[in-house]
Design a protein around this ligand. Structure first.
Ligand SMILES: *[C@@H]1O[C@H](CO)[C@@H](O)[C@H](O)[C@H]1NC(C)=O
Ligand SMILES: *[C@@H]1O[C@H](CO)[C@@H](O)[C@H](O)[C@H]1NC(C)=O
Ligand SMILES: *[C@@H]1O[C@H](CO)[C@@H](O)[C@H](O)[C@H]1NC(C)=O
Length: 405
């Protein structure tokens, strides 16, 4: 009897202990997860904060966070070889709304970012010269800046862009293993000349005419290869892009295409623009499409129902070159074009005599589009529209650290 009672007591204690233990374990786990969750949240908030302060001079930019951070986006192109992951930059979940609801996902997403952030700096072996040191450092900062920005950005539409489309503006130079993404109005003619010289297609860059460069069909586009070859080149080649201040690029495009006779832009774009946005347009303007005013051009640009499509000369850089999907190794700027370009040529060990050409091959007597010229053009349009134009190019401003005027 006594023995039986002891036995039962022990058994009950055991069961009770087990229950308490299980409960405690669950409780501890809960606490722990909660703690981790908090840390993750803080990390993200911090990221977010530093991002917001950086952009604090651009108050209108804050909405972008809400608009572009979306669910269901994944890194589009997964490189088969993780060591040479050429692209990445997508996070899995929203950072602004309900991110605290699924800490598991956030954790995963943060891990992914870390794993995929392989940034392969170019081989610096060739640059021993101190002269290039600053340019190299600026280069490094630009890449990190873009990388950090893209890490926080998920564009909903990115997942739906096929690889072939993403690389459709990229030119291939096989000898030096280069991929150059063409951004019109940011030194692209001279870059194409340079690529032709590098590839042995021309002796000197100065001798190649504008038409040969753009219509000569000498350089191959990356989208002309099959998927396997595209991926291989993306993985192993040096990828470069040259960008420019969005407003300077826009005004430069307008001046180039609409302020000079042009047998394509006037009949195709000019006509449609004048027809839709000019009241009482005269017959001549309607038939030639010449004389488009900057104000009209901006109306067209901002119109959700444009009478004619976009054009590469004023299309956003992020839609031409996908800088958050294609991990560019070198980001040059038009503002420092020759310095950046010549530094790059030395980096890849180009022939010493190859210097990046500095001539302006079209309308060479026109004043170059600089900030002063831009100011004059922008003064012609109302402040609200000006703001809409900045917003239109918001990603280009943000990705490449340009300041909204
Ligand atoms: C971004 O631009 C600001 C203002 O022009 C500059 O001070 C800063 O150094 C730039 N950051 C990077 C990473 O280039
Ligand atoms: C996504 O694509 C749709 C239609 O193609 C477009 O209307 C929308 O503005 C795009 N969104 C972003 C964030 O680019
Ligand atoms: C090519 O350049 C050289 C030297 O710059 C010049 O003498 C020659 O006339 C040029 N040839 C052509 C076809 O423009």
């Amino acid at each position: 009897m006594n023995l039986k009672r002891i036995y039962v007591s022990v058994l009950m204690f055991g069961v009770a202990g087990l229950i308490v233990f299980t409960y405690l374990q669950t409780w501890i786990e809960d606490q722990h997860t909660g703690f981790e969750e908090k840390i993750q949240q803080q990390t993200i908030n911090q990221d977010f904060r530093s991002y917001s302060t950086e952009e604090s001079e651009k108050p209108t930019k804050k909405w972008i966070v809400g608009r572009y951070f979306h669910k269901d986006s994944k890194a589009l192109i997964e490189s088969e070889d993780s060591q040479e992951s050429n692209l990445f930059l997508g996070t899995e979940d929203s950072l602004t709304t309900d991110f605290s609801e699924d800490p598991q996902k956030i954790l995963k997403q943060l891990k992914e970012v870390k794993l995929s952030s392989t940034m392969r700096p170019l081989n610096k072996f060739f640059v021993r010269d101190n002269h290039w040191k600053t340019t190299g450092e600026i280069q490094e900062r630009r890449r990190i800046f873009l990388h950090d920005f893209c890490k926080k950005l998920v564009n909903v539409n990115r997942t739906h862009t096929p690889l072939v489309r993403m690389v459709s503006r990229i030119y291939v130079e096989d000898k030096y293993k280069l991929l150059y993404c063409e951004v019109p109005k940011a030194g692209c003619s001279n870059w194409k000349r340079t690529l032709m010289v590098l590839g042995g297609l021309a002796k000197s860059a100065t001798n190649i005419s504008h038409d040969t460069v753009h219509y000569g069909d000498h350089l191959k586009k990356l989208d002309s290869y099959d998927l396997k070859d595209i991926r291989r080149r993306l993985r192993t080649y040096t990828k470069i892009i040259f960008v420019r201040d969005p407003m300077e690029r826009l005004v430069s495009a307008f001046r180039d295409k609409f302020e000079h006779p042009n047998s394509y832009y006037h009949p195709v774009f000019g006509k449609a623009i004048i027809k839709k946005y000019r009241l009482n347009a005269d017959r001549e303007a309607l038939t030639t499409g010449s004389g488009v005013k900057f104000k009209e051009f901006i109306q067209y640009l901002l119109d959700p129902h444009r009478p004619v499509g976009m054009d590469t000369h004023w299309e956003q850089i992020n839609k031409l070159c996908y800088p958050c999907n294609i991990n560019y190794n070198f980001i040059g700027k038009f503002e420092t074009l020759e310095q950046d370009a010549n530094y790059f040529l030395r980096l890849i060990d180009a022939p010493d005599e190859l210097i990046f050409p500095h001539f302006k091959d079209r309308h060479s007597t026109d004043r170059r589009t600089n900030s002063e010229v831009v100011r004059q053009y922008l003064a012609e349009i109302p402040a609200t529209e000006r703001q809409q134009v900045y917003d239109f190019y918001d990603l280009d401003y943000l990705m490449f650290n340009y300041t909204v005027p």
